[in-house]
Design a protein around this ligand. Sequence first.
Ligand code: KG4
Ligand code: ZN
Length: 402
Amino acid sequence: MKILSIETSCDDTAITIFEAKGTIKNPRPKNSGGQASFKILANTSNSQINIHAQYGGVFPALAKREHIKNLPILLQDALEKSKLDKKKKPIDLIAVTYGPGLEPSLWTGIVFAKELSEKYLPTGRQVKIPIIPVNHMEGHIMSVFGKSEGSFKIPKVNFPVLSLLVSGGHTELILSKDWLNYKIIGETLDDAAGEAYDKVARMMDIPYPGGPKISKLAEEERNASPDAFVQVLGSRGPLPPPDHSQKHTGSAKNFSFALPRPMIYSKNFDFSFSGLKTAVLYLIRDLKKENPNILQDEKVKQAIALEFENAVVETLIHKTKKAIEKYKPKTLIVAGGVSCNEHLQREMKKYINKDITLLFPEKKLTGDNSIMIGIAGYLQYLKNNKKISNTKSIKAKGNLRF
Ligand code: KG4
Ligand code: ZN
């Protein structure tokens, strides 16, 4: 069947057209449809990063305007690239993100899907194209099975699966005992990991989204000689560690200040990144008291970025390992925008037991995309026994949870 998927939950507009067939081995092992497989016929997207950068974050009204402008352009492009024959039966199913995300953005995709469902009918066809609403976070989980072009199959997956989702809006640990079965076992109580990256970047006058740049600065300092930073701060001596109740594990080796590793002593699997962000704010404030232009020094930025990134990654790994000890998953999925972080990937590979299959998305599929939405939509369609409920009732749900 042909699937058209739409993603507009935040600041990326994306449309993919697939040919999808087969099923997933479980929960219906007797189904003889074979393993679910996908062939990408067209994949188009538009990032609004440049438009939002000047506001230091996503401006919802602007995001909505851009989605409305871009959706018809991307559709046209996707239809041309896919060479679909409108006279035959061009699209069998529309998959659209309905949450979580920015509601004005989500609505643009939903309204567009509904219009397409009614208007884009081949000659002589009476039935509307069915629409399947997709949870954006389920999409991120499915992104590890996708490819950004060509064909791919859903592999055999060993359950239970633990998913660490790290994006600009979410940081959560999800346990799946079977396909399309999700239980949140831990989540952030305040800022998401990506959000903390973006806010720390902003403190250093780095434009939105700051995650990739902070990560680059951290990586530069990680690879630099240990003496490099001492020369910068050496004259003023080491800074006292910030006053926080949780002791950090002290991975910092080249520099003289320490940031907290939030919640690593808590018994649950929840996260909190707002205190870490505030600790960076105070650190920068103290540094600026001594030298207002200190952030013009690239070395200082690198050192802050390194300690911040170490704190985030150590916390993510610590909580994931604790969840692994308790739930003993056979597969670990790490997905969402922050999952492309090199340090996170490297450290996860180092610390996660070799008996666990560790899956990351292809780099191009770590951020928001409509390929992951199409995969999740098709698998949901299979789960629902190919029945689609009333598409008119689909609504945007900004705070949608599993
Ligand atoms: O999943 P995503 O594209 O959008 C949401 O659903 O939120 O995630 C975007 C987030 C941003 O906060 C961005 O700064 C962060 O992912 N990010 C990174 C890196 N690349 C993107 N964070 C850390 N290191 C990176 N290399
Ligand atoms: Zn996302």
